[in-house]
Design a protein around this ligand. Structure first.
Ligand code: PRP
Ligand code: URA
Length: 208
């Protein structure tokens, strides 16, 4: 399907290989998550709407552009947190709305534990941030939440996707474009992505 974008950028591929390496320590891991997230967000925001803006340079008048849409970054806790900082540097006025979900280890179904969204939506476009799209349960549940909130334009930005999770998200929400650094082979019997990078939350927070 055309709503799936796997980055072809050599910088992304290089950094992702270092990220996957089991010898990469949490400090370096966090740095790489931050950098790759920013590169992916650059690709994912190429179609943001703009509006004309008149300014004065020191020498002349100019009609330039400014962003029209209000952007929300929606990290899925915990692992999505590490993707916020790099993207926020590119779009410092973005709002950050956290969604807390964890996967039940037995059923692999997402369990929601944090959601402080106000009643009315405050942004027009949301980037959901989560490094791993495994079964897709967490991503589908988060899109459900954002659609109920009233957000019209939603994109998923992740580092690695499994075919199973990509299909689940595409079937549940075909209108949500998916931006990834890589598409891996499959899930193992515990719902982990192969070859993957292990547990993205534990590797960032040193809790593995
Ligand atoms: C991981 C990951 C995603 C989810 C992906 O979170 O960060 O949120 O699993 O799996 P899914 O596609 O099968 O839903 P986890 O539940 O390990 O929580 P954590 O981020 O707090 O470590
Ligand atoms: N969550 C992770 O952190 N890693 C996986 O491979 C799958 C889900």
């Amino acid at each position: 399907m055309t709503n799936l974008h796997a980055s072809q950028h050599p910088l992304v591929a290089h950094k992702l290989t270092r990220l996957r390496d089991r010898n990469t320590d949490p400090k370096k891991f966090r740095e790489l998550v931050r950098e790759i997230a920013a590169l992916l967000a650059y690709e994912a925001t190429a179609d943001l709407q703009i509006t004309p803006k008149k300014i004065e340079t020191p020498l002349a008048s100019l009609v330039g552009t400014e962003l029209k849409e209000k952007i929300g970054l929606v990290p899925i806790l915990r692992a999505g947190l590490g993707m916020v900082e790099g993207i926020w540097e590119l779009m410092p006025t973005a709002e950050v709305w956290h969604i807390g979900l964890y996967r039940d280890e037995r059923t692999l179904k997402p369990v929601e534990y944090y959601n402080k969204l106000p009643i009315e939506p405050t942004v027009s476009v949301c980037l959901i941030l989560d490094p791993m799209l495994a079964t897709g349960g967490s991503a589908v549940a988060t899109v459900d939440v954002l659609k109920r909130w009233g957000v019209k334009k939603i994109k998923f930005v992740g580092l690695i996707g499994a075919p199973e999770g990509i299909s689940a998200l595409q079937i549940a929400h075909p209108d949500v474009p998916i931006y990834l650094a890589a598409i891996d082979e499959r899930l193992n019997e515990h719902g982990y992505i192969l070859p993957g990078l292990g547990d993205a939350g534990d590797r960032q927070f040193g809790t593995g």
